[in-house]
Design a protein around this ligand. Structure first.
Ligand SMILES: [Zn+2]
Length: 280
């Protein structure tokens, strides 16, 4: 199940609140800085204790060169952030007989992970057990990486059983605002065409394996993708009813293989930006 308006609204509010608190903290720090630099002396012993000594030029230079040698990453796409959707009290799509999307996607994720690792990818999962990280927390894991793609896994309650669809975010018009900055909730905008490229690779392999699946990627407003600053796709498998549980289990290896081979095919075409979250 891809769409969840309630969570979208809640996370949007949370995100705005965080941004507002951050802005408040920055302006408070700026005010403090202005106040202490305009006064000749620290106003209290506590303020004097807080004053940090100015480092000598040799100190930062040594630190910079030391950390640079340790943090040099391999160029190119290496990491797949794998998101088993839902979790915790959010069960996702529910089938007859007590089947929950949130459980099934975890089982799928284990197989997808193994397939990706066999293709040389490092896999970071947004959740391992029955946790329910926020959408922003899930995106943040991808946004902190350099050279990552994001794949969120869903099981549908509808659709032709035994088929699989890849979704990318529909076009987010005017990515940057007047200041040239991209708002957090449109982080996916610069990556939409890359996401489609990745999605089409995976979808073509799914269509070969699972007859009746679409040939190309679909677009939708998928909350997990919106705030992700990396090539990002949602893979949705049909479906969650009890009669199809065994069929779902049989699909897992094929879905895992399609995602891994699709990501491997996409890898050489993606020039990874220099910094995490930077525009491609
Ligand atoms: Zn879902």
């Amino acid at each position: 199940m891809l769409l969840d308006v309630k969570h979208f609204v809640r996370n949007k509010i949370r995100g705005k609140l965080c941004a507002a608190l951050f802005a408040l903290a920055v302006s408070f720090a700026a005010l403090n800085g202005a106040a202490s630099s305009s006064s000749g002396q620290p106003s209290s012993p506590a303020a004097a204790q807080q004053a940090t000594p100015v480092p000598t030029p040799a100190q930062p230079a040594a630190t910079a060169s030391g950390s640079a040698t340790q943090t040099v990453a391999q160029p190119g796409l290496n990491i797949v952030v794998l998101d088993p959707a839902h979790g915790g009290t959010d069960l996702g799509a529910r089938g007859t007989g007590g089947i929950h999307e949130s459980d099934i996607v975890l089982e799928f994720a284990a197989q997808v992970r193994t397939a990706l690792e066999a293709h040389g990818f490092q896999v970071v999962q947004t959740r391992q057990g029955n946790a329910n990280p926020s959408f922003d927390d899930r995106s943040a894991i991808a946004n902190a990486q350099r050279g990552a793609i994001f794949v969120t896994l869903h099981i549908a309650s509808t659709g032709v059983p035994g088929t699989a669809r890849v979704y990318v975010m529909n076009d987010l018009a005017s990515a940057a605002d007047a200041t040239g900055l991209i708002p957090w909730d449109r982080a996916q905008a610069p990556f939409v065409s890359l996401s489609r490229k990745l999605g089409d690779q995976v979808q073509a392999l799914l269509a070969q394996r699972f007859k009746g699946s679409p040939a190309v990627t679909q677009t939708a407003s998928v909350r997990q993708l919106r705030t992700t600053a990396a090539p990002a796709i949602a893979v949705e498998i049909s479906s969650v009813t009890i009669e199809e549980r065994t069929q779902l289990d049989h699909m897992a290896p094929g879905v895992a293989d399609a995602i891994a081979r699709g990501a491997a095919a996409f890898r050489p075409t993606y020039v990874v930006p220099a910094n995490p979250g930077e525009r491609p």
